[in-house]
Design a protein around this ligand. Structure first.
Ligand code: SF4
Length: 455
């Protein structure tokens, strides 16, 4: 990288909104700034460079961003006297220069494919008088962000993007309009990255894409996700997760690979969005309620211990009480052990935004509350079923509320708490894999004690 004297010694702070892809991109932004000689700080008021990695999936994420970014206008100047505010991620890609209509203090706008341009844009912003906005939202011909240096949040877990963009055009979703069409990395590039991560001590990888099941289609002419899973498994990485999966593309060869490969974790996040075939059609999801449940049946037959989670949208335009009851019954039949539930958020520029809807807000809120209660009940029951068993936990660190309690995730992705064993230091356990005997099962976490030695 060309040396940029304008950036050496500058302090920076990054705030990330939205999905795992943004978390990964934020790690690359930090990696790039580290390489330019910048210093990460934990307080935005002390930062010369403030970066917001934005998300436009839901309206409230826009509003939170506008609130937090605008607060930088009245924030005290950093010790150096000049602060540059940079906006990246999906809103930057969508709005470009127009972002200044909402965030007057934006100095730099860099799109989802323009991470590598950020240092140059920042250097230009520091060199001018603060009146111009430096913009780069070009997508074509840009390398994957994964080829850039990374400053990983965790030494033992890594996000590994395998593809970007989406070809599905679900009628409520802005992603294909913002992140463009599907583009996969080559298998060799993904495998080489995971091999390097393993050599660096990473124990768990999460393969990322908007629709991982169609991985490879634009390179190899057909999806090759099952083969990718097998090759990533052969690197010897101890735990493999992946997200997101679209049910319409989840094929039997992927199910067979998940069932056979011991390092693919027994948890699948499979977004259903609605239990009503009529609503699924209006969403352009391209599967029916029956096809989804049949797929769940095949998954459970192949992997009886599989934990299944999902995403559900409540209040899609035109959703009736009958449609909603179909969603509740599907949640029961599929046996989800957790779910991210959302009230439909209208995104300008999507087909669903044009569908008229006069369902009162209170009706939608009531449906949301009923769904949330059912999801909580099933989460509690699923955790109760694990009482007395041993959960294999990758330890992340001490609890924010109690430093004597350690927190990690089980293979089924449950949050697990356990007291720091006597004679053990926190540092011995962070990044270790331990067996925890489950003694208490709450709705959103398990609690127990460690058996045997950490690995
Ligand atoms: S699969 Fe549908 S919801 Fe997911 S990113 Fe693509 S268009 Fe959006």
């Amino acid at each position: 990288m060309t040396a940029l004297p304008e950036l050496v010694g500058k302090t920076y702070w990054v705030r990330t909104f939205g999905c795992q892809m943004n978390l990964h991109d934020a790690e690359r932004v930090s990696g790039l700034l580290d390489e330019c000689g910048c210093i990460c700080v934990s307080d935005p008021n002390e930062a010369d460079i403030v970066v917001f990695m934005t998300c436009c999936v839901r309206e409230n994420a826009d509003q939170r961003l506008y609130g937090q970014a605008s607060a930088m206008v009245s924030a005290p100047a950093p010790p150096s006297g000049r602060r540059v505010v940079a906006i990246g991620g999906c809103i930057a890609q969508r709005d470009g220069e127009k972002i200044r209509e909402h965030i007057a203090c934006a100095d730099v706008v860099f799109g989802t494919s323009a991470l590598a341009s950020l240092p140059g844009l920042l250097a230009e912003a520091f060199s001018d008088d603060g009146h111009a906005v430096e913009v780069d939202t070009v997508e074509e011909g840009r390398p994957f962000s994964t080829e850039l240096p990374s400053h990983r949040e965790s030494p033992f877990h890594a996000w590994v993007p395998i593809m970007t963009g989406c070809d599905n055009f679900c009628s409520y979703c802005i992603v294909p309009h913002v992140r463009g069409r599907e583009r996969s990395r080559t298998m060799e590039s993904v495998v080489a990255e995971v091999e390097q991560l393993v050599a660096d001590g990473v124990r768990e990888v999460t393969l990322l894409g908007q629709n991982v099941n169609s991985y490879g289609r634009n390179i190899y002419g057909e999806p090759r996700f099952a083969e990718l899973l097998r090759r990533v498994s052969a690197t010897g990485v101890e735990r493999i997760r992946f997200t997101s999966s679209n049910p319409k593309d989840l094929t039997d060869d992927v199910i067979a690979a998940m069932a056979e490969l011991p390092n693919v974790m027994p948890h699948l996040h499979l977004a259903v969005q609605s239990g009503s075939t009529r609503v699924l059609k209006a969403m352009n999801r391209r599967y029916t309620r029956e096809a989804y449940l049949e797929l769940v049946g095949r998954l459970r037959a192949a992997m009886p211990g599989l934990a299944l989670s999902t995403d559900i949208i409540v209040g899609f335009p035109g959703e009736t009480e009958e449609d909603f009851l179909d969603t509740l019954s599907l949640v029961r039949e599929a046996g989800f052990s957790s779910a991210y539930t959302f009230i439909y958020s209208r995104r300008p520029g999507t087909p669903a935004a044009k569908i008229p809807d006069d369902t009162p807000r209170e009706v939608i809120q009531d449906r949301f509350d009923r769904l949330a209660a059912l999801v909580a009940k099933q989460a509690h029951e699923a955790n109760q079923a694990d009482l007395g068993s041993v959960a294999r936990v990758l330890v992340e660190g001490p609890s924010k509320h109690d430093p004597a309690v350690m927190v990690g995730h089980s293979e089924k992705n449950q949050t697990v708490h356990f007291p720091l064993p006597e004679g053990r230091a926190v540092e011995d356990l962070v990044g270790a894999i331990v067996d925890v005997r489950v003694e208490e099962a709450r709705t959103w976490y398990l609690r127990g004690s460690v058996e045997g030695d950490p690995r």
